[in-house]
Ligand binder design. Sequence first.
Ligand SMILES: [Zn+2]
Length: 413
Amino acid sequence: MINNIVKILEKNLCDHCLGRPFSQLFLGYKNEERGEFIRTFTAMMIDGKLVDYSKINPNNFYGFKFRQNKGFAKNLKKEKCWLCNNLFDKFGSLAKKAERKLKKIEFNNFLVGSKISPEILSKEEKIWEVTGIEFVESIKAEINRELGKKLGFLLKKPVNFKNPEIVVLSDFKKNIVEIQINSLYVFGYYKKLKRGIPQCKWGTPKKYKTSVQEIAAKPIIKATKGTNNKFSGSGREDIDARCLDWRPFVIEVLKPQKRSINLKKIQKQINKSKKVNVRGLKFCEKYIVKKIKAETGDKTYRVIVKFNKPIEKKDLKKLKSLVGIINQRTPVRVAHRRADKIRKRNVKSIKYKQKNRKTIELRVEASSGLYIKELVTGDGGRTQPSVSEILNVKATPKDLDVIKIELPKGLLF
Ligand SMILES: [Zn+2]
């Protein structure tokens, strides 16, 4: 180890960079302190002429008073660290810059990240070639940890490694910090009480006046002062269909300036719309978005079906044969945005009520993803079997509603 130390001291190194290759030795010390021990011990070895110091950069020992080896310590100069160019001295000013930038933002925890120049990283690797990597720590890890400690003290907030609300990105070369505000996620359940409303805002210019997304997100954005939002639902109903059971959703608020918002109050504001109702609003983590999108519980639909000619009540019994596997090729109306292929969906139960000889109310319990309108029309033979095919009529769906959404217990939280 002393030979390795003598070798790396051919370059002028600060205490941080001298201690860091031996970071895994001793508990409870900073690399800076390790560097200090090593330097002091090495100075004693040099003073006693107990090591070959011929190639050592003497400026590493600026400020030391040698007693035996006075020749070594002549004309020592204060020199910047070869590896890091004394970047650790900039911590105070960078932490202050970060504190200033964060003044108007509300957050509970943070994490520090840093941009390190490739030049520094390659110099660090040169040091490791001498010392080996058994006990090393990277400069990035040291910076992030130590700057995190310093900022935590200034801000009086904890560091959070897993889900930080704020990331402070330090750039030592430019001597600046960038603040990244991580999204806030609000989970809830919605019902859509009116037809003609899409789930998400879409089209430029907007094709529909409003959407579930816009109605639910508006008060959330206002309270959090976020810049934008993303809406994810656990499946979605057609624009002209109502959703009369609670459907899980998550709204991701981008760049929120406030996080401690009153969700009960927001829920009331949303429900004033009379178009969309929400309940169970709560904050959640990012992974919930994937979880609700992957959710494939059964759904039950209610739809009014009109026939182009009268059907006898006894013939309606044939509808029961729809229970089972339905082969559904991508419907014509969605072919522009979904891959053209045949999907197998399962109808679990069929119930019907005759309204008059040309109208029935149909209830279909099916696996997630079945297109109900096409189950009725047959979509020109692309959905098989279908109501039209089985009854040998032209069947048209009206007033489609989602009336039940199955959610496995405990799946979402
Ligand atoms: Zn250094």
